[in-house]
Design a protein around this ligand. Structure first.
Ligand code: 7TS
Length: 408
């Protein structure tokens, strides 16, 4: 059995059919499928370990706590954070960004006239929380522009960074186009000219390549577990100790206090200050299992396979007449985002592909500004993971040709 077949066997959902055809799952940027290791860890938690964490003297609670804290250390190593308490469990990227945005305004750390910079390539979850922060505080949102290849125009940073800039927030990899942004260069330029906090949205990077938060030298880094083979409802906010200490909490409640009384409450230390309430214990432990799964594959093998898929898909799709790939000439990972010119809209193509068992995402991908820039309503997006095959891409290309004939 080939190595790839062995990997595919670990994903039970890949055995199912859709509309009578074998499932070809190419919607990994939305959420990845889950390997047995993750599914079984989640089931084992409920069969053998279920108890609330950090509060029980009883054995089961202590075991659940140990497992969850072990998962935190796995994530710490996975992203190379300096300390385990710099790793905060969240329910995903969206929650991580909102947490930071609310903590900043709760702490009065953003004021009227301050500036926040994001990029044109952001997912709505790295736009709307900042717009809401601006509404609460009177701060101003500025946007790094892109060119027709989807490449960020970094001179904007030199022209716009100033002592008013309080936070710069951008993704490592664009979900709509798969473009890998020059993040190290961006961070160097920002640090040279300003003391702004740097937040990176790593949701589409962490599933594909090694990320080292210390090497990147970002202040805050967020990602979702469910896009990297872990259960839904999991995610991480990493922050440098100094930054997390400076930020006040977002949610108040159990687990996040040191002492609570009606005359005043004091907060717990890191990471618990940011983890109010009962966490997603099963999910967080299973996120640890997803890290084990990715480590068992190895980042080099993962990237090599996914680059092969990307290059093959790009060349196969470009053989199709009147097919435009967005961000074609930019450095990319994991995503081909395209439209058939003069043959229906993206959802028409997606529906025909679905009839063939092929799952792609269509529409604006929660990145309406990018769609507006290209003057389109949406794209068809095929996004890859470790279990996809070159044969699946052949079937995708055939399906697109079929859709083109039907919609022309
Ligand atoms: N940031 C990026 C870059 C993303 O790709 C996504 C989700 C998010 C933030 C939000 O993550 P969540 O886990 O909190 O929802 N992206 C997509 C997508 O491309 N298709 O569906 C969800």
């Amino acid at each position: 059995m080939s190595h790839l077949q062995h990997i595919r066997q670990q994903f039970p959902v890949l055995e199912r059919t859709i509309n009578g055809k074998p499932l070809i799952y190419l919607d990994n940027a939305a959420t990845s499928q889950k390997p047995l290791q993750v599914i079984e860890t989640e089931a084992k938690y409920y069969r053998e370990l279920n108890a609330n964490v950090h509060r029980g003297i009883h054995t089961l609670s202590q075991l659940a706590t140990e497992e969850m804290e072990a998962a935190r250390r796995k994530v710490q190593q996975f992203i190379n954070a300096a300390h385990d308490y710099e790793v905060i469990f969240t329910k995903g990227t969206t929650e991580g960004i909102n947490l930071v945005a609310y903590a900043l305004s709760n702490g009065n750390l953003i004021r009227k006239g301050d500036e926040i910079i994001v990029s044109y390539l952001e997912h709505h979850s790295n736009i709307v929380p900042w717009q809401m922060l601006c509404e609460r505080t009177g701060a101003i949102l500025k946007v790094i522009p892109i060119d027709e290849n989807g490449i960020l125009q970094l001179d904007f940073l030199e022209e716009n960074l100033s002592e008013k800039t309080k936070i710069v927030s951008f993704n490592y990899v664009s979900n709509a186009l798969g473009i890998i942004n020059p993040v190290k260069e961006m961070i160097a330029r920002i640090r040279k000219q300003s003391d702004a906090l740097i937040l990176m949205d790593g949701a589409q990077a962490v599933p594909h390549f090694k990320t080292d938060v210390q090497d990147l030298d970002c202040d805050l880094f967020v990602f979702s577990g469910h896009k990297m083979y872990a259960p839904t409802g999991t995610g991480i906010l990493y922050g440098k100790e100094r930054i997390l200490e400076m930020l006040p909490p977002f949610h108040g409640g159990g687990e996040m206090i040191a002492t609570c009384s009606f005359t005043g409450t004091t907060y717990a230390g890191l990471p618990f200050k940011f983890e109010a309430g009962t966490p997603n214990i099963a999910g967080n432990i299973s996120l640890g299992a997803a890290v084990d799964f990715m480590n068992s594959i190895g980042h080099e093998a993962l990237q090599e396979h996914e680059n092969k898929l990307l290059n093959y898909a790009q060349s196969k799709l470009l053989e199709i007449d009147n097919l435009k790939i967005y961000g074609e000439n930019a450095p990319r990972t994991g995503v081909v985002s395209f439209n058939l010119l003069n043959a229906g809209i993206s959802s028409d193509v997606g529906m025909i592909l679905d009839k063939l068992g092929i799952a792609v995402r269509t529409g604006h991908h929660c990145t309406q500004p990018i769609m507006d820039f290209f003057n389109i309503a949406g794209t068809v997006r095929a996004s890859f993971a470790i279990y996809n095959t070159l044969e699946e891409i052949d079937i995708l290309a055939e399906g697109i040709r079929k859709a083109q004939k039907m919609l022309a």
